[in-house]
Design a protein around this ligand. Structure first.
Ligand SMILES: Cc1cc2nc3c(=O)[nH]c(=O)nc-3n(C[C@H](O)[C@H](O)[C@H](O)COP(=O)(O)OP(=O)(O)OC[C@H]3O[C@@H](n4cnc5c(N)ncnc54)[C@H](O)[C@@H]3O)c2cc1C
Length: 377
């Protein structure tokens, strides 16, 4: 861990959030439009290629920097944090497994933010049960021909490149799943409807349809039949990042609650003087410290190339649940005002709920943890 570097990343991210993200957070939620102007400002800070190779224009930072940055973005806006999170997942797979030719061609634009990434695993009938995907790809001459549908895909209509998990061999179960890259503008890739979401409304979520979508056979990412492994690997990173988001969301809940509890008076005193209020804030602080410590532990494991699936599942389950609780508690502390869109907590609650669903629900995290404790394969 490079403490000085981490402090610099945090300072830079806080400034960015204060000046470029928070002024537009309410508008993003109200308009439910992808905030291109915010993303362009964020791109100037090198956010898209934070951990990527400097040879391709990345910043070459580590997972500490990635989680600190994610936490700070989530403090300002979960829509922005989740947009970057989806890009990071696609970029991690691409950087690790794509061919040199593909990397030479696409990574500079990915790292500069000109080419946002999309990681598309989920389908209408395969979410938690991701191994049940039905989209297929077969070779015709020198081209993959992809058919199928993806659902609930972040960055679905704003991306420059799409990593699709598809069946390349229906007879081999998860070993028949591969990852294939499709670029923006491919006539065989069509956008379905955009989801009208309860929260993270500035993020771009929707359906993808692949209809005889043809790409060069070189667009296979990594090895044939290894796609499910790549997806599971990157979902561990995704759970780490969602955990970092939960820390940012909880800090925002706490700060909004502290400010309000100091200002609002009832029965002749600040409401913060009532234990029922201050204990809620104390519980937020306990959850923040706990999730932050676990986030750092996972950074240590990642940097030292050690397994981190179970701690990442613990962080995601804990952080997601506590973030939802914290947002609910922040509403309660705000009383009637907490129920109003004039105040931040109601949006925090709507935004926080994704932390219990995306990248594996809380139940699936508990299944991973339980199975690991009981050595169930
Ligand atoms: C806003 C948003 C953005 C998303 N972005 C992406 C993206 O970019 N890329 C992508 O690939 N996917 C994305 N997803 C999909 C997301 O990963 C799935 O929604 C999630 O994994 C749950 O799958 P599901 O919706 O099919 O729910 P289901 O799998 O149908 O689950 C429904 C309920 O059943 C429970 N359940 C299911 N199986 C079990 C079990 N074995 N034990 C106990 N309980 C179980 C679940 O926990 C849940 O409560 C996104 C989803 C949302 C909402």
């Amino acid at each position: 861990m490079n403490i000085k570097q981490n402090e610099m990343v945090r300072k830079m991210a806080r400034e960015l959030v204060k000046n470029e993200v928070m002024p537009f957070d309410k508008e993003m939620d109200q308009k439910a439009e992808f905030p291109w102007h915010v993303m362009k400002e964020i791109a100037k800070y090198g956010a898209f290629g934070l951990t990527e190779d400097p040879a391709y224009g990345g910043a070459g930072l580590d997972s500490y920097a990635e989680t600190i940055f994610t936490e700070e973005m989530a403090y300002g806006s979960s829509s922005i944090a989740i947009t970057l999170d989806a890009h990071y997942l696609a970029a991690h797979i691409f950087a690790k497994y794509a061919s040199k030719e593909l990397k030479d061609r696409l990574m500079p634009d990915m790292n500069s933010g000109n080419c946002i990434g999309c990681f598309a695993l989920t389908e209408p009938s395969a979410g938690s049960d991701a191994a049940g995907i039905k989209s297929t790809a077969h070779l015709e001459g020198d081209e993959w021909v992809i058919n199928g549908q993806k659902a609930w895909i972040t960055n679905y209509s704003v991306s420059g490149f799409y990593l699709l998990a598809v069946l390349t061999d229906k007879t081999k179960g998860t070993r028949g799943i591969s990852v294939i890259m499709v670029e923006k503008g491919n006539p065989g890739l069509k956008f379905g409807h955009k989801e009208d979401k309860m929260g993270i409304r500035g993020s771009d979520t929707g359906e993808l349809f692949m209809s005889n979508c043809r790409v060069p056979k070189e667009n296979l990412i990594g090895e044939l039949g290894k796609g499910f492994k790549y997806c599971m690997e990157v979902l561990d990173i995704g759970r780490h990042l969602i955990g970092a988001m939960s820390v940012g969301v909880m800090r925002r809940c706490m700060d909004e609650s502290v400010k309000y509890a100091n200002e609002r008076k009832a029965f002749g005193q600040s409401i913060g003087k009532f234990e029922a209020v201050s204990f809620k804030i104390a519980d937020m602080k306990i959850a923040i410290e706990t999730a932050e410590a676990l986030t750092e532990k996972i950074c240590y494991l990642r940097e030292n190339k050690q397994p981190f699936s179970v701690p990442a599942a613990c962080l995601k389950a804990y952080g997601g649940q506590r973030a939802v609780w914290s947002a609910d508690a922040a509403i309660q502390i705000h009383g009637g005002n907490g129920y109003s869109k004039e105040f931040v907590p109601e949006r925090l609650l709507r935004d926080a709920k994704i932390l219990e669903i995306g990248e594996g629900t809380t139940e699936i995290q508990k299944m991973i943890i339980g199975n690991s404790m009981l050595s169930i394969k």
